[in-house]
Design a protein around this ligand. Sequence first.
Ligand code: FAD
Ligand code: DHB
Length: 390
Amino acid sequence: MLRTQVAIIGAGPSGLLLSQLLHLHGIDSILVERHSREYVAARIRAGVLEQGTVDLLLEANLGERMLKERLVHDGFSLAFSGRTERVDLKGLTQKAVSVYGQTEVTKDLIEARVAAGAKICFTASEVAIEGIDDHHPTVRFTQEGRTQEITCDFVAGCDGYHGICRQSVPKDAIRTFERLYPFGWLGILADVPPVAHELIYSNHARGFALCSMRSSTRSRYYVQCGLDEKLEAWTDSRFWDELRSRLPDEIADAVVTGPSIEKSIAPLRSFVVEPLKFGQLFLVGDAAHIVPPTGAKGLNLAAADVRVLYRAIVEYYRTGSTESLNLYSEKSLRRTWKAVRFSWWFTSISHKFSDDPFANRLQLAELDYLSGSTAALTSLAENYVGLPFE
Ligand code: FAD
Ligand code: DHB
């Protein structure tokens, strides 16, 4: 029987960051992860970090490589109707965002946790939680054929959308809000220089496209695709042709193509559960909410949850007060719903939902209005760089 203060289910960015911050405040945790270390470290997902997320990573003593290797972006572009309009994030909000891959964040976190001697149980199966309404819940799992048991004070459910923590809660104690979108994103990673120094979000009659990057030599591109598309049907050359067809001519001509090193399809959804606290169990990050990736908010929201929860746990062990723990749900959900709204809105003006010409003209009018209005651009920019913390 193992004993810890906080059992953390899931060693994605949420779980690792929570564990690291708790450690720096003298609080012990054990991480239980379904996949191997190599699998977790290789997963390619987010790319854009808000300044608040960068600050939290610095607070977690993780900044060194990130500060050296990140690309600071003061703006991005919207492409529509054959033209390109820049959104001057820095000019509108005095803030910027950082391009630094989730893969790198995860690598830094795993290294820091391992170096500090953290207990991370990789390749754990049959993970189950018991007694979340008791003072000392139990986490049970199987590793290398052996059943293990952890008793703890708190369980942090950092196990993503498909995890077991949310599913361990009685159905009548939890409310779910969900919207599915009739499309997905097909993404590729390639070792070619990005087409531009900043990101380009493109609304096109053939569907949405996004030009992003991981470094000055590694590009990340996405195109909107049908939900029933087969990855095998997308050869590299088909992908590059489709991407270029959705960009204004001068940008399309500048795209440097090359072999993909990763290719995947992700469905888009908005999903939130309420509340986020059930007795001693707290849901964090993608286990609690999913947003469509358009606004680059998922990882940033996960970090914001960690920020609220780790401070509440530190307060509890310092003072014995459960006040902040009891406010976790309300605080995190207020921020979450604003990001859900922004991600839904940005998706709705940039993607092709149907062949309805009226809907398309409304989107183009909104983009045209946006690009000519400092008020509207400021609203977009302040959400994109991340709303201030309370
Ligand atoms: P996850 O990363 O899902 O981690 C959960 C962990 O729990 C995993 O390691 C999993 O293996 C483990 N696990 C699952 N089930 C169990 C179990 N039963 N037992 C033990 N462990 C378990 N966000 C941004 O902020 N900016 C972006 O630019 C951005 N772009 C994105 C692009 C794409 C294509 C996608 C798909 C997502 C993007 N996101 C972005 C979202 C971001 O990747 C997620 O929000 C982020 O990974 C959430 O972190 P998490 O730790 O909460 O969950
Ligand atoms: C990336 C993903 C996003 O969802 C986004 O809005 C910007 C960048 C990326 O993976 O690079």
